[in-house]
Design a protein around this ligand. Sequence first.
Ligand code: 5AD
Ligand code: SF4
Length: 466
Amino acid sequence: MSQQTTVSAEQLRAQFGDMSLVAAMNHGREKRAYTHTFGCQQNEADTETIRGMLAEMGYQMTDSPEHADFILFNTCAVREHAEDRAFGNIGALSHLKKQRPDVIIALCGCMAQQEKNVEKIKKSYPQVSLLFGTHALWRFPSLLRRVLTGEKRVFDIGGADDIAEGLPVLRGEGPKAWLSIMYGCNNFCTYCIVPYVRGRERSRRPEEIEAELRELTREGYKDITLLGQNVNSYGKDLGLEIDFSDLLRRLNDVPGDFLLRFMTSHPKDASRKLIDTMAACSKVAKQLHLPVQSGSDAVLSRMNRRYTAGEYRELIRYAREEIPEIVLSSDIIVGFPGETEADFEETLRLTQEIEYDLLFTFLYSKRSGTPAASYEDPATSAEKQARFERLLRAQDEIVARRQAAYQGKTLRLLVDGESKNPDYPFTARTEGNLLVCVRGEDIVVGSFIEAEIEKTSLRCLYAQKR
Ligand code: 5AD
Ligand code: SF4
């Protein structure tokens, strides 16, 4: 039985009514909107939906908050640093609000879904007149209308774990697009705030996802990333005979010249079937982001990750065997409560064995309300920092080696923008999503080209179009 709930057509019609009402209110005066996104790709995708709604309401987008009538911060709560930056940004706008009291400052996203932050905004940030959580995203037009019609401050952090289909999206320039396939997370890793702010897992119906992919390919997008907190549990809530690998096969059959990527995968749910599907599907990029978080079984168990380092290694071994050219990346948390020097050494050993092409390393950040916040945490920040730096140094050596191995190779690249380097004026991505700066005749953004790698650095490959 499907447990999925979708926002009803009537509710959405009312929303579209609200959008045209705001557009009518704005009539004759050009209104500008500025958005700033913190955090992950899911937030970036949500901002694109909000920008789509703003455009429907007659707003022009601007890159400068000083010239905006509406300013929105889409926030992240995953680490304290992201929260501090958001508060800093909002604080810095108090003078603007004094100069131009009509400007509307809004806050949404994961931080806005947390009671403690809402209280802080209510008390100490009077310049914020609209705040809405991740579950109220689709209600944005009616919330904005309430502010525009004179309500002093509107706060909405309510709402069910549902899905709203059919909202407009304003995507960025270039050939890349996000495509959300599911929302929420059921895993409750003990360090992570996401399940508390984004709710339970819910999957979009495959026909909706396929229709959006077809639309994206018609519009010319060529590098499409399927998004979800844990894409490998796609479909479990749908009551249909479909899992993530089946979805990938279905999307791979959509006609057109494009690449499909996906993130994020959870090692406990990523299977050999997934690897086999990647190997068999020509449009699925040979790239896997598979966050390991730690190489120590004791730490993995306290993180509630539900796999062992051995199981993880085995899956990676299988992936490399089936897809030798696969590009691998991972996330690692250093300094999880109770992590010993020996635990850390195991993480270091695992990364040196696997040799990721790309590694995202984070110092553990305590999130109140999560189980790990109450775990004993005897290591000092200096010890944690030293581990963090050791890991970075080790990874830099690995990346230098792996990047150098591309020298002289000819690869298929997707040109995705212009670079700041006059010698290599375009940026491109390999199928594995490695960054390349390219030069050559007749290069067009959005096209696939063949290019030879001439030199390499830690961050970038340099190539000549053939
Ligand atoms: N502290 C540090 N890093 C965290 N992540 C999630 N929660 C925390 C936290 N409390 C990291 C994980 C995850 C990535 C998106 O952010 O590595 O995979
Ligand atoms: Fe957070 Fe774990 Fe869910 Fe990822 S899988 S969002 S780390 S709880």
